[in-house]
Write a protein that binds this ligand. Structure first.
Ligand SMILES: NC(=O)C1=CN([C@@H]2O[C@H](COP(=O)(O)OP(=O)(O)OC[C@H]3O[C@@H](n4cnc5c(N)ncnc54)[C@H](O)[C@@H]3O)[C@@H](O)[C@H]2O)C=CC1
Ligand SMILES: O=C(O)[C@@H]1CCC=N1
Length: 273
């Protein structure tokens, strides 16, 4: 995978914590030149080998080719003012922040040639992430620059409707946390059935990992695979009858995703006001 970044056409990361750090580690593994990367993060004390780390945005330097915004949405407004001046017509601003919408980004980054919202998730660290992307300002080769960053992270899904970024924040951005809860719930259930905690955790993780890998490799739907596990009158059907009663699991997950998506909309409103 070729990255469109060099030391003279660099990539800057404003805020490099859990999520941007996971993305960066995957990019470096995928061949990104560390000398083409600058992290701007006042709280970090170290950076991957060869990557420049600054506590404040570097002054008197040409604008970067891309500026990834990896700070929390709650501090975006107070922080953006200091960084807009460092961007230029050749810069693509790529925001991974939940909520902050294209209109707000456009207001705060008046000079940038392109603006993209990219909603990643943590499995990006392994190249098994799911990213959703939307162009908010089409310039500076925004699509190709963001696409080159998204592809090494896993699935890269471009959407025309910006609202799908908020929806996708709930589904794939937050989604790993929901899956981790499910893994924990299986482990707790296994403990109740008599397994030791470490055995229960290992069984839960192997079951979810194996089931997801099989679903990904299969040409039939997860529903069909569930039916293949469930023998008529057998143990699985007895369990599925609990999950399916009154559409329990569908309803619980739908409410979970709606709450996360609503929160993305709230964060956008907070930034606008
Ligand atoms: N954690 C996740 O799974 C996902 C997070 N996101 C988004 O990624 C963004 C970051 O989230 P996390 O990585 O989880 O948070 P985090 O707290 O781990 O990272 C934020 C980073 O910003 C740095 N920072 C704080 N003030 C700064 C400033 N003034 N200038 C530069 N850097 C500053 C912090 O030192 C920290 O390293 C958020 O906007 C979130 O919505 C999006 C998808 C998934
Ligand atoms: O919880 C959050 O707000 C961020 C966005 C998606 C995942 N983590």
């Amino acid at each position: 995978m070729a990255f469109p970044f060099t030391p003279s056409r660099p990539l800057w990361l404003l805020g490099c914590g859990n999520m941007a750090g996971a993305m960066l580690s995957r990019w470096l593994e995928s061949g990104l030149d560390p000398a083409a990367v600058t992290i701007v993060d006042p709280m970090r004390t170290d950076a991957p080998e060869g990557v420049r780390l600054c506590a404040v945005p570097p002054a008197d330097e040409p604008a970067p080719a891309a500026l990834l915004i990896g700070i929390k949405p709650q501090i975006f407004i107070e922080t953006a003012g200091t960084i807009d001046a460092l961007t230029g017509p050749e810069t693509v601003v790529i925001s991974i922040m939940a909520g902050i919408d294209g209109a707000t980004l456009g207001d705060r980054f008046a000079r940038a040639g392109g603006i993209v919202r990219l909603m990643p998730n943590l499995p990006a660290a392994l190249g098994q992430g799911a990213s959703i992307l939307h162009i908010c300002r089409d310039g500076a080769n925004a699509h190709d620059v963001a696409d080159a960053l998204a592809r090494p992270l896993g699935l890269a899904l471009w959407v025309d409707r910006e609202a799908l970024i908020d929806a996708g924040t709930a589904v794939s951005g937050s989604g790993p946390a929901f899956v981790y809860r499910f893994i924990d719930a299986i482990a707790k259930g296994a403990e109740k059935l008599g397994f030791a905690p470490d055995q229960a955790a290992a069984l839960a993780l192997a079951t979810v990992g194996g089931a997801a890998a099989l679903a990904a490799a299969s040409d039939v739907s997860p529903a069909t695979l569930a039916d293949r596990v469930a023998s008529p009158g057998g143990t699985t059907r007895a369990g599925l009858n609990i999950l399916d009663a009154d559409q329990s699991i569908d309803s619980l997950v739908a409410r979970t995703l709606q709450a996360a998506s609503d929160r993305a909309v709230e964060l956008a409103e907070m930034a606008r006001n």
